[in-house]
Design a protein around this ligand. Sequence first.
Ligand code: ZN
Length: 216
Amino acid sequence: MKHAKPLPSYLVQRFHGWKATSYENNKSWYRHLGEEGQHPRAMVISCCDSRVHVTSIFGADQGEFFIHRNIANLVPPYAPDGDHHGTSAAIEYAVTALKVAHVIVLGHSSCGGVQGCIDMCKGNAPHLEAKESFVGRWMDILKPRFSKVADIKDPKNQARQFEKHAVLASLENLLTFPFVKDRVEAGQLTLHGAWHDIAAGGVEVYDSEKKAFVAL
Ligand SMILES: [Zn+2]
């Protein structure tokens, strides 16, 4: 594998800094984590976006969150078709093997994936409509919901509302997984939908009674 090169020096330096401080000061905790295995209470499904810093927002340490990130924090519908399903595999492992008590779907502001879906729905992104586009085909999960925000005139507000629909679509699709539905109905698993405003540092959580996202 001749294309694998040494890490850039800034990362090597940061690693040694972490090793000498965080690791050194909590050595026995790391040993415990390594030897006892992981027992996270929550799975988080968030966007790949580099600005969505899940562990920082919720003050989570190593071993606390089982995190899966993908474009626009989407969960596809349950489809046991023998194909490659990274997101579904992560959900299956978290729910059936780790038995997490919570699955949190976290959306965010200015999501490039959601914006791409809006562009595609408006006919402004032919490259995403091409069948070869992995991003485009991935955003097809969200596409049917565009009708719910199509009438919103202000582009920023439309994007925000669609970002929240991405969270709701994922929650609904989560319930198409039999092992998720069974555990939710048995009271062993709770689903949560949240949306993070990056610029304002806010988090809104979906309230199923109010049928709206409410600020924390
Ligand atoms: Zn995003």
